[in-house]
Design a protein around this ligand. Structure first.
Ligand SMILES: Cc1cc2nc3c(=O)[nH]c(=O)nc-3n(C[C@H](O)[C@H](O)[C@H](O)COP(=O)(O)O)c2cc1C
Length: 73
């Protein structure tokens, strides 16, 4: 069964431009390995992400993303 998650969050102050470009590269490569499709947009101090993949993989990943200090809310 597939699951899709879509959210918006705020980039935290301590996250640098370099952190953001490293994150983009990491996400593209990691999601490819995990067979997750979607999009991550970084703009105006916010992240907008849609991700879709196998239910358990997406839920496990979202639990990690929720506690990631590079963003909040
Ligand atoms: C806004 C945001 C979006 C993220 N999206 C993904 C993602 O789609 N896929 C992913 O593997 N990690 C994503 N991450 C990174 C995860 O929070 C986490 O650092 C990473 O999954 C840890 O991978 P590891 O368990 O292999 O160390 C995202 C982080 C942030 C801040």
């Amino acid at each position: 069964m597939l699951k899709t998650i879509c959210y918006i969050s705020s980039i935290t102050n301590k996250t640098s431009q370099k952190d953001l470009s490293q994150l983009s590269d990491f996400v593209a490569s990691k999601n490819n390995q995990l067979n997750i499709t979607g999009i991550l947009i970084i703009q105006h101090g916010h992240f907008f992400q849609i991700m879709e993949g196998k239910l358990q993989i997406v839920e496990d990943l979202f639990n990690k993303i929720k506690v990631d200090q590079r963003h909040s809310d």
